[in-house]
Design a protein around this ligand. Structure first.
Ligand SMILES: Cc1cc2nc3c(=O)[nH]c(=O)nc-3n(C[C@H](O)[C@H](O)[C@H](O)COP(=O)(O)OP(=O)(O)OC[C@H]3O[C@@H](n4cnc5c(N)ncnc54)[C@H](O)[C@@H]3O)c2cc1C
Length: 435
């Protein structure tokens, strides 16, 4: 392939203690936590709003904050949920602490909390590179309508979901363990649904411990007619209340694809957009509760379950995870089932946890990168442990830990590998983390 070389001079438009890349569930919380710890914080986000998969992917509900009603992910994430609830934008389902939400209010609530904490938002800004020497990152580079810009930072937190900054800095990534990536799925919103019916009102509330919340009667009916009607591959379906009568979020499309390969992702996204409308047509024709439904929104981007994860100082294994292993440096927790969706076909492997699990600080740092932390989907875990930790509440929990740690390292000048972890844990407990 023909290559061209570009050399350009880039303005460094700001200098911060902590620069967080990616404003999804993990990044928003990391930025707020670092700012509340007294750090000057910049947050770089490619969209004009925060929320990541929750808003750009309309991935609802936010899972899971509690286990048998016991709070597992506390602190700033739980504060966010209550604030969103007060705004009329969240409905907390017991005993799991699944939180159904209004994505527009989710954006607004995150934005308010970030600005109140003093986080400087660099939105509509696509992270495109970094300057790093011997693993030490000095600047991140991003593109927006001003052109190419850079920010300097003492500590960087990669919350891009895909580990973009870590990959750009050269951090080694986890092997794929011989299995294909979990499928991509485009969420869509249906209005005109009979949400008062027994079928839908039961399915759209995700409130049962140890049970898959998919809508079994619809699943069985559609599977029995899949060939006859030429229904595209689907999972679930999972319906979730959007807090407004007649409207549900639908998670059922699925296709294989690698979201870190631009061409692959675009092709998958085009297939999924067609599938959204085909699925709506099938539901309208086959399920009486959906007979008057119409597509009122399609998620701006196809949902991404799995891409890159760093090879951290410690990799959380499935065995540690399902046995609730408590590490000396536990900084966060997770309680969602291990949830692996088949790339082909409609199956799913769900392993329900016997107790909530823990996340060690060492899963958020790589050995040779002294001023880089990660949080959210790109943390260091094997495929199975990751398949639980990928949900939003767990991503928020790791964001909180990474934000507190980043602020501490920026203040003391310590490498992230030499952070004072007992003090990080104390600070996290002060916020309300249940460790
Ligand atoms: C189909 C599907 C169903 C799911 N179901 C559930 C569920 O029921 N409950 C649940 O809690 N979770 C669910 N999840 C998982 C969950 O939504 C995500 O794993 C979670 O949001 C990850 O959070 P994150 O902050 O790590 O990453 P993301 O949410 O992906 O946020 C990353 C942020 O970084 C930004 N970004 C990325 N790259 C760049 C760049 N180069 N430059 C600038 N900005 C960038 C993105 O725009 C985004 O805002 C589901 C996911 C999918 C796909």
């Amino acid at each position: 392939m023909k290559q061209i070389e570009i050399t350009k001079s880039v303005p460094v438009v700001g200098e911060y203690d902590v620069v967080v890349c990616g404003g999804g569930p993990a990044g928003f919380i990391a930025a707020v936590a670092a700012a509340r710890e007294g750090a000057s914080v910049a947050l770089i986000e490619r969209y004009g709003f925060l929320g990541g998969m929750a808003t750009a992917g309309i991935v609802t509900p936010l899972s899971v904050f509690t286990y048998n009603n016991e709070l597992v992910v506390g602190g700033i994430p739980w504060e966010f949920v209550h604030r969103l609830e007060q705004m009329g934008g969240a409905y907390i389902e017991k005993p799991l602490g699944n939180v159904a939400f209004d994505p527009e209010l989710y954006k607004l609530c995150m934005q308010r909390m970030a600005l109140e904490a003093g986080v400087k938002l660099y939105m509509h800004s696509y992270l495109s590179g970094c300057v790093a020497e011997d693993g030490v990152i000095s600047q991140v580079i991003f593109e927006n309508k001003n052109g190419t810009e850079a920010l300097s930072g003492k500590v960087f937190v990669d919350c891009t979901g895909d580990g973009d900054l870590a990959a750009m800095a050269g951090v080694p990534m986890q092997p794929q363990e011989g299995a294909p990536l979990q499928p991509l799925s485009t969420y869509f919103v249906l209005s005109g649904v009979d949400t008062d019916s027994e079928l839908v009102s039961d399915a759209m509330h995700h409130n049962k411990q140890g049970v898959n919340c998919h809508c079994l009667p619809v699943r069985e009916h559609l599977l029995s007619k899949a060939e006859e009607l030429g229904i595209p591959e689907f999972g679930g379906p999972w319906f979730c209340t959007m807090l407004h009568k007649g409207t549900v979020a639908v998670n059922m499309t699925r296709t294989g694809g690698n979201a870190c390969d631009n061409r692959d992702y675009v092709e998958a996204e085009c297939r999924l957009r067609e599938d959204v409308y085909r699925m709506a047509e099938v539901l309208r024709a086959e399920v009486k509760e959906f007979s008057s439904c119409y597509v009122s929104a399609v998620a701006p981007q196809a949902g991404i379950r799995e891409t890159r994860r760093i090879k951290g100082v410690h990799t959380i294994t499935a065995e540690e995870y399902v046995n609730g292993y408590h590490y000396e440096d536990s900084v966060s927790r997770g309680a969602h089932p291990i949830d692996i969706h088949a790339t082909k076909g409609s199956s799913q492997t769900a392993i329900f946890l016997k107790q909530p699990a823990y996340v060690p600080y060492r899963a958020l740092i790589a050995p040779d990168f002294p001023n880089l932390l990660v949080a959210g989907r790109c943390l260091s875990a094997d495929r199975q442990a990751f398949a639980s930790l990928r949900v939003q509440a767990s991503c928020m929990g790791t964001g909180q830990a990474a934000g507190v740690a980043a602020a501490q390292c920026a203040q003391t000048g310590a490498a992230v590998q030499s952070a004072d972890v007992p003090t990080i844990i104390e600070r996290l407990k002060c916020y309300g983390a249940t460790l």
